[in-house]
Design a protein around this ligand. Structure first.
Ligand SMILES: [Zn+2]
Length: 423
């Protein structure tokens, strides 16, 4: 065995203290901790009292650069990721200019490299159609060549099923997946509030769950027709979960994500016209929350993503109708979902699958289970820490989250990528 260069000593992994031996950016070995063993010539990080977790993957963020740097930029977005425990973030294409060509893709990668050379890694998701207008496919092959890892029209779902089909087929011809934001374009798009008694009482036009489920059904039928995988973004409701379960029982190649806010909050958060709870798709009901938790436990929903969508304070401090949709997610996502582990709504294995193993499998990245040869991408997490989610505590420029003011469990104390400490 090669000599370890870095050893993380005594961290808890699967309920037992371990020593993680690292060399050349990779895991050499994971050994049971033994206080009698001493190591020479290696840098030691004492991690007693901390929990070892793989660095997380977020397959759905909006980093706003180029074009909307007042909301977020790549530097601040990756900072929030680094401190939030995310070593890989996928960045959506609704920038200005749109990431619908190789030049914008290269610019985003350069910015990430400039500010965070050791990571977190930014992986761009290219626009499926030019300008996200849904009229003409983007030059996806050259964008893939430039570094796009997937394609999506997120935020502005493609109306033409035929064009969407061609996009899925074209992307798959060079091995890339399409991520679909499922939303019927005519059924109260981007309403930001569920259609229910509550929306009626507030005098707001609500969006029914069917707006999402109709497109989920379309995508399932297309994936079946084409025998080509499609990944469904930010699933929010029971109906969609039932359709996805139906598809998976039949072996149709569909994968899906949901977000922490859909597991923790209901539409009641919107009451009082709380624009920080305005998100697309909207927060739904307690029954939908239960269906999503169950789907995550059983694997019907494969993974979690933040849908990190930072906005400036002045944009959210307006009427509910005028406020943009979105929750700033990277800072608190791990703590919020850790709270679900603490109250036994999810187990730790499900959490790791949702934040690391499943996104890695779906998008062809390393899973990181601390096997010899795995990248040394890990976080040291203080599971007993408590911290208040204040605007000052958030590294993202966007402070827009319904969790603001909550006391959250667990905090990232250190973050290593390829054996190099970034936090
Ligand atoms: Zn979306």
């Amino acid at each position: 065995m090669a000599a370890p260069e870095l050893i993380i000593r005594g961290a808890r992994w699967q309920d037992a203290p371990v020593d993680l031996l690292i060399a050349k950016g990779r895991v050499l070995e994971l050994l049971p901790w033994d206080e009698k063993i001493t190591y020479e010539s290696a840098r030691i990080v004492d991690a007693h009292e901390l929990t070892l977790l793989p660095s997380l993957i977020d397959v759905h963020t909006h980093l706003r650069q180029p074009g909307h740097e007042y909301k977020e930029d790549i530097q601040s977005g990756l900072e929030a990721a680094a401190y939030g425990g995310f070593g890989v973030v996928f960045a959506m294409a609704n920038t200005k200019p749109t990431n619908d060509n190789a030049a914008v893709t290269a610019y985003m990668l350069d910015e990430a490299q400039k500010h965070w050379p050791k990571g977190p890694r930014l992986l761009p998701i290219g626009a499926l159609t030019k300008g996200l207008e849904g009229k003409e496919l983007a030059p996806m092959a050259e964008m893939a060549e430039a570094g796009c890892v997937a394609f999506s029209n997120d935020g502005r779902p493609v109306e033409s099923t035929e064009l969407f089909r061609h996009g899925v087929e074209y992307a798959s011809s060079f091995g890339k997946l399409v991520i679909d934001h499922c939303e019927d374009p005519w059924l109260a798009p981007a309403a930001g509030v569920n259609e229910s008694e509550l929306s009626g009482r507030l005098g707001l036009k609500g969006q029914p769950p069917a707006a999402e489920a109709i497109q989920v059904a379309r995508d399932i039928l297309l994936a079946d027709l084409l025998r080509t995988p499609i990944h469904l973004a930010h699933i929010s409701c029971r109906r969609s979960v039932e359709l996805i379960a139906w598809a998976k029982e039949r072996g149709i190649p569909i994968t899906a994500e949901t977000c922490p806010h859909y597991l923790l909050y209901t539409e009641q958060m919107v009451d009082g016209y709380n624009t920080n709870a305005k998100v697309n798709p909207p927060l739904r009901t307690a029954d939908d929350v239960e269906a999503l938790l169950q789907a995550l436990r059983t694997g019907v929903i494969d993974c979690l993503a933040t849908d990190h969508a930072p906005h400036a304070a002045h944009e959210k401090e307006t009427t509910f109708d005028d406020a943009p949709c979105g929750v700033s997610g990277l800072d608190a996502a791990l703590s919020l979902t850790w709270s679900l582990v603490q109250n036994n709504a999810l187990d730790l294995e499900t959490l790791l699958r949702a934040w690391r193993y499943a996104p890695a499998q779906i998008f062809g990245l390393p899973e990181v289970k601390f096997q010899p040869g795995d990248p040394a991408d890990c976080i040291l997490f203080d599971a007993d820490a408590r911290w208040e989610l204040t605007p000052q505590a958030m590294r993202s420029k966007g402070k827009n989250t319904p969790a603001l003011g909550e006391l959250l469990p667990g905090r990232v104390q250190a973050h290593f990528l390829a054996g190099k400490r970034i936090v």
